[in-house]
Design a protein around this ligand. Structure first.
Ligand SMILES: *[C@@H]1O[C@H](CO)[C@@H](O)[C@H](O)[C@H]1NC(C)=O
Ligand SMILES: *[C@@H]1O[C@H](CO)[C@@H](O)[C@H](O)[C@H]1NC(C)=O
Ligand SMILES: *[C@@H]1O[C@H](CO)[C@@H](O)[C@H](O)[C@H]1NC(C)=O
Length: 343
């Protein structure tokens, strides 16, 4: 019933309001959403006019002072919260020396600085949803467990949702480095992973109000985020909450195996780095469609157009391999790579 109410509101939205910053607000109701973290006011960026954005939503109390190094403490509030700006990334070492990321792939870097007060998430939801209940991706950014965060161009899915109107994405910050993984005998271990779990619980409790289906959630991470997703499966086998897991370029024992970088991520590179090649577009769009197919039904082999991605069979398939033939890309269902082939 709760869900039905918000869907009806979507269907009736008609009048538009423009605020002082020139941002477009279709109706108060669609952007004002009650959550366990407070009564959020989201916004619509004119660069993605059919996407509702709720940024910088606190899911835990700031992990400061007596809460430092501790498991996250869930935030509960009924106050009004302006959800229009990203929160800082979690405290990390930001090196000044040039790397492949600072020179060539700046989209991976975080914007907006870092802080110990960083346990925030972001919700991106379509304005004109194609169904009453949409599948939801909960995304864990990478960064080697020592850095990274959600305010990073590659992790901003607005353009993708603008295009499909058929899914919701939640992105998160979690504690990294010393603060998330203190590795001290007296400390609680791996509180960064507990932050991630709290985001999954938050999404379960709140996503229906945004038009999401809490029974159709997929946890997805890249690099250290992918390792986290792998560990999540082992940590909560009886209470996964989510229906699907995507480990994109990483595994729990990340250093022990080769891993290939799948085409990233939300297709934002067109806007920020000039045009990609047709081949890159095709691969990126193909992957996005496969991921959406998986989120819609994790029990079925993901399918997009005439590409079907066979389900992973432990001990049979070592790795999914992608290849280019002329201008087309396709997947070799079964294949194995050795460490040297990846380097
Ligand atoms: C709107 O999106 C653009 C990129 O498309 C970004 O540069 C800008 O900061 C965004 N505005 C807000 C208010 O988030
Ligand atoms: C990208 O491609 C479009 C269409 O092919 C073209 O109009 C535009 O100028 C290109 N932009 C850049 C930055 O290369
Ligand atoms: C797959 O579909 C594309 C168009 O969507 C088509 O051009 C291509 O030939 C098809 N490939 C196969 C192997 O059927």
């Amino acid at each position: 019933m709760k869900y039905l109410t918000s869907f009806v509101a979507v269907a009736l939205a008609a009048c538009a309001v423009t605020d002082a910053r020139g941002l477009n607000y279709p109706s108060e109701a669609l952007l004002d959403i009650k959550t366990t973290s407070g009564h959020l006011s989201g916004f619509i960026n004119k660069t993605a006019r059919n996407v509702r954005q709720f940024l910088g939503v606190a899911y835990a109390e700031p992990p400061l002072e007596s809460l430092r190094f501790q498991p996250p403490k869930r935030k509960h509030s009924s106050e009004h919260v302006s959800a229009e700006n990203y929160a800082p990334s979690c405290k990390q070492i930001i090196s000044k020396s040039p790397t492949v990321y600072t020179e060539h792939m700046t989209q991976f870097l975080t914007n907006g600085g870092d802080s110990e007060d960083c346990l925030y998430l972001n919700v991106y939801a379509p304005l004109k949803p194609t169904a009453k209940k949409l599948p939801v991706f909960i995304y864990i950014p990478g960064g080697g467990f020592t850095g990274g965060g959600a305010d990073s161009l590659y992790k901003i899915p607005d353009k993708w949702i603008q295009k499909t109107q058929s899914h919701i994405v939640v992105t998160m910050n979690y504690r990294v480095n010393l603060f998330g993984f203190p590795n001290a005998e007296a400390a609680q271990q791996n509180v960064g992973l507990l932050d991630q779990r709290m985001v999954v619980e938050w999404t379960r409790d709140n996503i229906a109000a945004f038009g999401g289906d809490p029974h159709k959630m997929t946890l997805w991470g890249q690099s250290a985020g992918a390792g986290s997703v792998g560990m999540y499966g082992y940590a909560y086998p009886k209470d996964l909450i989510v229906k699907g897991l995507i480990s994109d370029s990483g595994a729990p024992a990340m250093l022990a195996r080769a891993y290939a970088e799948l085409p990233l991520l939300f297709g934002t590179h067109y806007e920020y780095r000039g045009n990609s090649t047709e081949y890159e577009w095709e691969v990126a769009e193909g992957m996005q469609s496969l991921w959406l197919s998986f989120a819609n039904n994790p029990k079925k082999n993901p399918q997009a157009g005439n590409v079907t991605w066979p389900l992973y069979k432990p001990n049979e398939n070592n790795m999914a391999v992608f290849a280019e033939a002329g201008t087309k890309w396709f997947q070799l269902g079964k294949g194995s790579l050795t460490e040297t082939q990846c380097n």
